[in-house]
Design a protein around this ligand. Structure first.
Ligand code: PMP
Length: 350
């Protein structure tokens, strides 16, 4: 048995996946009477939705492989990266035995997915400057640590994790190390994708929901060793990525300059927003950000949060989150949106 095979939950190692009509015959030409689709078309004008989509998203994966510098069999596509998070837990963690290690404060879905799947979590908080506490992480890693989630840039703090710490974890972890790079397009040179060659237990998550501006379409990516990808494909719902999403994502990849321009604009606005916020008396600290949001420690955070809602400016209240006490998480908006936020804050800044 290979190293990855031995990490997969025993009852899934030889599981027979559902074989869809499009698995058994995958050509595009012919009279298709095999999938019980509606041969007469779709009920909406414009239509063309009556056929099931490609269950393995082959065209999209070919385009992505070229852009990301990986092979197509190293790519899994999910209904948002949230689906990949859930499937990783379901594929690798045995309830009552295995454990997921989290580094709070971090993205909430790791805990929720672990809870849904009845998997216990161990937690090692980040340091005060939101970096990995390597000695404590090392001490917390045990034989049953099947998954470690590292969010980089981290949500809600916004910063990248030190690469050496991630590599140290990869050297000792007995299970998979999942690096969630949802915000990596705002600092693309920092991606750990090149490390996939050296660490078969590394999984990298990315998403079309942030810099690509496609949160509504629900498309997340996992890049990993082909055996990790294979088990995720075996246990996913057969047609998890709808055809429209595949088609639009293909177009987005063909037009990458749009994303690059939007990232530039976001970074310019982030700088301006940070400068303006730092001149407010109520702002106590703005944490360094490598993402499209700022974590801001603010006097009377709860009160400011609710006062902003009154003015129809909605930010995220993180003031009850461990190590984010008194903090609001503010997504970088357009120039006009940021201006409105700042005007409202200035009026409260007495
Ligand atoms: N990871 C992180 C760190 C996130 O912040 C988010 C969304 N807020 C996700 C994953 C989920 O992304 P998706 O829309 O692809 O499910």
């Amino acid at each position: 048995m290979t190293e990855i095979q031995s990490l997969i939950r025993p009852h899934l190692r030889n599981i027979q996946p559902y074989s869809s009509a499009r698995d058994e015959y995958s050509g595009w030409e012919g009279i298709f009477l095999d999938a019980n689709e509606n041969a007469f078309g779709s009920t909406v004008a414009g239509g063309g939705y009556n056929r099931y989509p490609d269950p393995y998203q082959s065209v999209l994966k070919q385009k992505l492989a070229a852009v990301k510098g990986v092979a197509t069999d190293q790519i899994f596509l999910g209904n948002g990266s949230d689906e990949a998070i859930d499937l990783l837990i379901r594929a690798f963690c045995e309830p009552g035995e295995d454990e997921v290690l989290l580094l709070p404060p971090t993205y909430g879905m790791y805990q929720v997915s672990a809870d849904i799947n009845k998997i216990q979590t161990a937690k090692v908080p980040l340091t005060r400057d939101f970096q990995i506490h390597w000695p404590k992480v090392k001490a917390a890693i045990g034989n049953h640590t099947k998954l470690i989630f590292i969010c980089s840039p981290n949500n809600p703090s916004g910063n990248l994790m030190d690469r050496e710490d991630v590599e140290d974890i990869l050297d000792v972890a007995p299970g998979l190390v999942v690096v969630d790079e949802a915000y990596i397009d705002y600092t693309p040179e920092a991606t750990l994708i090149p490390l996939l060659k050296h660490f078969p237990r590394l999984v990298i998550l990315q998403t079309f929901s942030k810099a690509w501006g496609m949160a509504n379409l629900r498309l997340g990516m996992a890049f990993a060793h082909p055996e990790v990808i294979a088990i995720l494909n075996k246990i996913k719902p057969p047609y998890n990525i709808n055809g429209l999403t595949q088609e639009i994502a293909e177009k987005a990849i063909d037009n990458q300059s749009v994303k690059i321009d939007m990232v530039k604009e976001t970074l310019a606005q982030r700088k301006l927003l940070k400068e303006s916020l730092s001149s407010l008396r109520m702002v106590e600290k703005i944490y360094p950000s490598d993402a499209n949001f700022l974590l801001v420690k603010i006097k009377n955070a709860d009160r400011v949060y609710h006062a902003l809602i009154e003015k129809q400016v909605i930010v995220r209240n993180r003031s009850k989150v461990i190590m984010c006490e008194g903090c609001l998480r503010i997504t970088v908006g357009t120039a006009v949106e940021n201006q409105k936020l700042l005007e409202e804050l200035k009026q409260m800044d007495i």
